[in-house]
Write a protein that binds this ligand. Structure first.
Ligand SMILES: NC(=O)c1ccc[n+]([C@@H]2O[C@H](COP(=O)([O-])OP(=O)(O)OC[C@H]3O[C@@H](n4cnc5c(N)ncnc54)[C@H](O)[C@@H]3O)[C@@H](O)[C@H]2O)c1
Length: 287
């Protein structure tokens, strides 16, 4: 999609972190915005800031795990702007521990936000975007966790692998029908956001210290310490604008993490046990 001016972007999880940074980057290239988030206060603040700066933006409190709320979001976007050109399925959460120790409720929550909501986003928005018959893009925020595997975060990794392959399948499906729509899947390493505190939106309330798995607790503490030095979300957002402009499918903001993907692929091709890879700038050595 070459022309952004006056086009419309819908962003889930648009009130903070990578979603907010994408909103700011899209505003910078003249797009109109529909921001959706479960957190009302930061959502209102983001929308007010956008409108004050001259961007046409609306916000809608949305829990992406509720299909009817995503349907209402699409209705609202089309009612207000008459079209959607860029859909960012971006909201995401994660808590961890060994795969067997995570409650069914937490598995369900993480898969609902990170994967089923992306599936719903595709089901609900893509038919309308196809009918529009204009250039556009579906941008799914996965993670490097969608291309690798690691201990202590199984639901997160499972959900992100799902988002990567959903995006790849969607790309093929759109190509098969000769659509003008393109897909990008964003697979960052660590980005300086509030993702480590995503249990703030956990249906059962934030995790209590006594409920924390020790390994996940250690990972979380070191991530909290490392976050201020992680990649700024604006860098990811700039890469997303570039990917939409250049029809780029895979967006891997952390180039130095690529050997982890290569090692996993070699493990598979050589049919050997999975290698435990530590990210190059990791504060902890999981091995
Ligand atoms: N920050 C990282 O290191 C990193 C790395 C790779 C991928 N990601 C992915 O980036 C995406 C954005 O996360 P972030 O890092 O900006 O974190 P963040 O916590 O700063 O932002 C996530 C946003 O999603 C919203 N959200 C959570 N549950 C929701 C729900 N049920 N319905 C609607 N909105 C909901 C939150 O309120 C928040 O505004 C996620 O998919 C995350 O998995 C993050």
């Amino acid at each position: 999609m070459q022309e952004f001016q006056g086009k419309v972007a819908v962003i889930t999880g648009g009130a903070s972190g990578i979603g907010l940074a994408m909103a700011e980057a899209f505003a910078g290239v003249g797009m109109n915005l529909v921001l959706a988030d479960i957190e009302e206060k930061p959502l209102n603040e983001a929308v007010n800031a956008m409108n004050s700066a001259g961007t046409q933006a609306i916000g809608m409190v949305t829990d992406v795990t509720k299909t009817e709320q995503l349907e209402a979001l699409a209705d609202q976007a089309y009612e207000r702007f008459g079209a959607v050109h860029v859909l960012c399925n971006n909201a995401g959460v994660g808590v961890g521990g060994p795969a067997w120790s995570i409650s069914k409720e937490d598995w369900d929550w993480i898969l609902a936000v990170n994967l089923h909501a992306v599936i719903d986003g595709v089901r609900i928005f893509v038919p309308r975007m196809l009918e529009q018959d204009s250039e556009g893009s579906i941008v799914n925020t996965a993670s490097i966790a969608g291309l690798t595997s690691a201990p202590s975060m199984a639901p997160y990794f499972v959900s992100k692998h799902g988002v990567v392959t959903l995006s790849e399948c969607l790309h093929h499906d759109l190509q098969m029908v000769g659509s003008k729509l393109r897909v990008s899947v964003v697979c960052p390493g660590w980005v300086n956001t509030q993702v480590v505190e995503s249990d703030r939106n956990r249906p059962g309330g934030p995790l209590k210290d006594e409920d924390l798995d020790p390994l996940f607790g250690m990972v979380r503490e070191s991530l909290r310490a490392t976050m201020p030095n992680a990649m700024p979300p604006s860098e990811v957002a700039d890469l997303v604008v570039d990917a939409i402009r250049n029809n780029k499918f895979y967006v891997l903001p952390h180039q130095t993490w690529k050997p982890m993907i290569e090692t996993r692929m070699q493990d598979i091709l050589e049919e050997r046990d999975p290698t435990l890879s530590t990210p190059p700038d990791s504060p902890i050595d999981l091995g």
